[in-house]
Design a protein around this ligand. Sequence first.
Ligand code: HEM
Length: 447
Amino acid sequence: MVEQLPNVPRSEQLVCQLPWFIRRRLGLLSRYKIPYDQTVRMRLGESTFMLADPADIHDVLVTRARNFVKTPNLVSEQGRKRAGRGLLTSTGDRHQQLRRGLQPLFVNSAALPFAAAIQSHTEKRVSSWRDQQPIDISREMTRLGLEILIRMVFGGEADQLDPNFAEAITERRRYNEYVIFGKLPFRTHLPTPTVRKYRRAIKIIDKEIYRGIRERRRSSSEHGTAHHFLSLLSNVQRPDGTQLSDEQVRDEVLTLTTAGYETVADGLSWTLYLLAKNPDIQEMLRDEIAAAQNIPDLNTKCLKALPMNYAAVQESWRIYPPTWIYVRTPLKDETLPSGIKIPASSRLYLCPFIMHRYPAVFPKPEKFDPNRFAPSAKPPPRSIYFPFGDGPHLCIGAPLARLESVIILSTILARFRIHDDPNHCVKPFAGVTLRPANGVKVHLESL
Ligand code: HEM
């Protein structure tokens, strides 16, 4: 029996099956006419709640974060085996220690030295595009995001990697979704093509990362620290003064390949899709880029110099948040600020996709309107707009993601007008990230 929640009429409680929810995830909202601002309890064989009260969300993510364990899929033994024992999969004191050590690598000023590499990789990719060419901009963003990530990790040595390295990262991503969403029982133990490709991929990934670590340790004693992640991670000082072991550096690199490129690429795919649908807004962003051209060192100042380009990215993260859902589990029975009682070990879904449509804060929530994030607009409350999460697990890569997204967007818009392909129907697919199911086909007009 589903219990009546204190503040939710029974008619608004959702009854469904978890696999169905996971597969058909987004359709759920409209199909069951779930109000976007109402917590719902789902009958899923275990207690599962979709939180929708901003005070509850703040409580779980920030105020009493220690009482709630993050995404069981990630922090389980299985998850750690898959994604490494890095920041993404750690909890409690271990997480706090790691986070303190790694934080300096991800602050705004540490992101800026990557600007030149982001720009040059974007220019290189854009220079292969042709006037009037139909193109899947989503596939282009994924390739570009991965190229940039590999450069940020390996620096100049990215050119000497195994030629199958990028494909290996992609295979590993496919395997992650196969494990999380696949239907076959014992699927990780079966010799399916996905599993076989994954085993090959992880060997290539490990071989190259460990080789890179050895090179770094050797050359940094000769030449000091270079600004790429292998080098920076090899020199991290933990609070007790010790350095990360080779295995820990490898796990953090694995974390970067898990969290650090698809999210950015999917976000940009949606931004460009929305701009193709809204040519007037696209022109307005282009005017802003033209006016900013005489700002010295534009790339390192781009968030301030291109506020509406940044606002367009933020607005697309609102409508299509790349990390569209995540989970918390209470360690003991809890009562949330709204009065809802949550039994120990139940699952709490926190869903930016839902909260970003909160009607009182975002009127006409499906409308793409970057003015919501203009410098003059009031910022939305942080428990209603949270594309990067909040609290101790707040996305550590957010400064880099912001910088990268605005540099890539403005570089593309300065060179091409992006036209919508009216024959191509774009649909979201809610996998580990929220991405366009069949890509985003657009036509390019060279400027
Ligand atoms: C638009 C791009 C991105 C989005 C939307 C995004 C979103 C998120 C969210 C929502 C979380 C919190 C998950 C939770 O609390 O359970 C998170 C955590 C994390 N993100 Fe990102 N992310 C993005 C880009 C990046 C990049 C570029 C990196 C690395 C370079 C990165 C690395 C991480 C890591 C390591 C964590 C775990 C932090 C911790 O637990 O302390 N992310 N991200």
